[in-house]
Design a protein around this ligand. Structure first.
Ligand code: CP
Ligand code: NVA
Length: 299
């Protein structure tokens, strides 16, 4: 039994294992001989909105032979203040695994420790490991090994997406450039913990030059809505647009974890020009989620 709580803690060999299995699950969609979740019920406990993560896990669990139970935090006692460790001890006696989307990273860690069932981080304020695994799978599917390549993240460099990219870069050996205003650069402590080849800059044109992949995410992450006006002001300009794409390597990929806000972190023209990649990236959440679930219950 394993947990996927953060990419920081995911061993390099397990990264490779999940990426390899994702490709098998994609090829064998809906035709798996093996049903690793047969007889199991998994809880999806979400305190934030979700389209891709929720649907990919619900469908993925079903396709692996299991059943899922969607628990909105607003509808269960957790939302009225029941401690996470008590919720964990109850669910741990009733379900076989949990997929959790919440605010504090500590809540998924505490849930895993107290429930003693496989627990997957489906996004916290600190990390979005399932998304970055799907992103890397998508990159490698289209362009080959990511090791030695250049990935440039543009926008809010301190939110969950770039942090998961930071931990992946150190493990998989690619160069990661993060272009963000000074107030939205990753915490030095995270960069130190991760190691790897990570360049943080305010200069988005320099960061985009020669990149193999340009990546962005919303300027206002879930839970940061009260800061929206200030964020839009400071992040304005940190946009992937036609001019910026021209600086990247010819044929460079453009990716977005979605949902996308046209005219903010990406312009409409660039979004549509790269929609094929972006929606394959979204589809790959399903195949990668299945590989993660399978990895959690194996051995
Ligand atoms: N990218 C992503 O996690 O999408 P959802 O918020 O819709 O799950
Ligand atoms: N940084 C974004 C990611 C959404 C998938 C958020 O946390 O809202």
């Amino acid at each position: 039994m394993k947990n996927l709580l953060s990419l920081e803690k995911l061993p390099r060999a397990d990264f490779a294992h999940i990426l390899r299995d994702s490709s098998v699950f994609k090829k064998e969609r809906a035709a798996h001989a093996n049903q690793p979740l047969a007889g199991q019920t998994w809880a999806l406990m979400f305190s934030k909105s979700s389209t891709r993560t929720r649907v990919s896990f619900e469908v993925g669990i079903r396709e692996l032979g299991g059943e899922s139970l969607f628990l909105s935090a607003n509808d269960i006692q957790l939302g009225r203040g029941e401690p996470i460790r008590d919720t964990a001890r109850v669910l741990g006696r009733m379900v076989h695994g949990a997929v959790i989307r919440t605010f504090a990273q500590n809540d998924v860690e505490e849930f895993a420790a107290f429930s003693k069932i496989p627990t997957i981080n489906a996004l916290t304020d600190d990390e979005h490991p399932c998304q970055v695994l799907a992103d890397i799978f998508t990159f490698e599917e289209k362009c080959g090994p990511i090791a030695g390549r250049v990935v440039t993240f543009i926008g809010d460099g301190a939110c969950n997406m770039p942090v998961s990219w930071i931990f992946a870069a150190a493990k998989l050996g690619f160069e990661l450039r993060i272009a963000a205003p000074r107030a939205f650069q990753p915490a030095p402590e995270i960069l130190k913990r991760a190691g790897g080849n990570i360049i943080c800059t305010e200069d988005l044109r320099a960061a985009a030059s020669g990149a193999d992949l340009l990546y962005t995410d919303v300027w206002v992450s879930m839970g940061r809505e009260a800061e929206a006006a200030e964020r839009l002001k400071v992040l304005c300009g940190y946009q992937i647009n036609t001019g910026l794409v021209q600086l990247a390597k010819p044929g460079a990929l453009v990716m977005h974890c979605l949902p996308a806000y046209r005219g903010k972190e990406i312009d409409a023209e660039t979004f549509e020009a790269h929609a094929g990649t972006i929606f394959t990236q979204a589809e790959n959440r399903l195949h990668v989620q299945k590989a993660i679930l399978n990895w959690c219950v194996a051995g």
